[in-house]
Design a protein around this ligand. Structure first.
Ligand SMILES: [Zn+2]
Length: 280
């Protein structure tokens, strides 16, 4: 499960990917630490927006880039991911607003219902809907193979994962496994800029993980310079994300010091790690 890159390469690669990705995917900061993303079909200049809480900022960027917004792709119903939907729908007649059936109608301005395995379209780009419940019952990811990118909302963060609000620990473990099964090269665009703090927590469990140390140093520098830490990649997350590393010997040994009865059940390891992060 460990990739081939050295720890120095990981940080460098993340920076390079951010540059390459800027052509087709544009991050638009929202509220204090949320990200909306424009997914751009270069040929038609049509775009979709993943998770919009502040419509004005998204519409300004759409206009500045000379694009046409055709679709809203919410990952889940929480206000900081859908709060801008009504304003977007009012501003753009005919706008498609997707919403997962399992969110029970809580996506504002929804026009199209989606389920796990559905396809969403942005111009010629096709996104596959992956059902990843646990943070909310209808949480979805959007995987765009043509862009080698996945939008993970509040399920998979860089070096972290979302809180388990509506599912159980095993639901989140299954959802994270679905994302980890994507190709290692897949770029990961998540819902919040939590990276530096997540890495700080991860280091308490795996202080000798060289890839983790390098990523932490890179993230601190990147934020100090005012830049984004997205995207990561699935391959990098497997090296640094404690919630994808329930089989790490060092992580297990750290947890055993806290709870000698912990055993080796991946769901228990996940739940214990999640509980520690809740208090971090
Ligand atoms: Zn959320």
């Amino acid at each position: 499960m460990i990739g081939t890159g050295t720890s120095e390469n990981i940080a460098g690669r993340a920076g390079a990917l951010a540059q390459e990705a800027s052509m087709a995917i544009i991050a638009v900061p929202q509220l204090s630490d949320n990200y909306a993303y424009l997914v751009v079909d270069d040929a038609s200049k049509e775009c979709g927006v993943v998770d919009c809480s502040e419509a004005d900022k998204v519409l300004t960027e759409v206009k500045r880039q000379g694009l046409k917004l055709v679709a809203v792709l919410p990952t889940h119903w929480h206000f900081d991911h859908v709060g801008g939907n009504e304003d977007l729908a009012r501003a753009i007649p005919g706008l498609r607003v997707y919403g997962a059936r399992a969110e029970g109608g809580r996506i504002p301005a929804q026009t199209d219902e989606i389920d796990d395995g559905a396809t969403v379209a942005v111009g010629s780009l096709k996104g596959r809907v992956i059902g990843i419940p646990a943070h909310t019952n209808g949480h979805v990811a959007y995987h765009f193979p043509q862009l080698d990118a996945v939008f993970t909302g509040d399920t998979l963060f860089i070096a972290g994962c979302g809180r388990v609000f509506e599912g159980k620990a095993n639901t989140m473990v299954e959802s994270l496994a679905k994302l980890a099964a994507l190709p290692d090269s897949t770029k990961v665009y998540c819902g919040h800029e939590y990276t530096a703090k997540n890495l700080q927590f991860a280091l308490t469990l795996e202080p000798h993980n060289a890839a983790l140390k390098a990523k932490h140093e890179w993230a601190v520098k990147t934020r100090a310079a005012g830049n984004f830490t997205v995207p990561s990649t699935i391959g990098d997350e497997k090296q640094i994300n404690p919630f994808l590393r329930t089989d790490s010997a060092e992580l297990r040994a750290s947890l055993k010091k806290i709870d000698p009865s912990i055993g080796s059940d991946p769901v228990v390891i996940f739940a214990t790690t999640r509980a520690l992060k809740d208090k971090f």
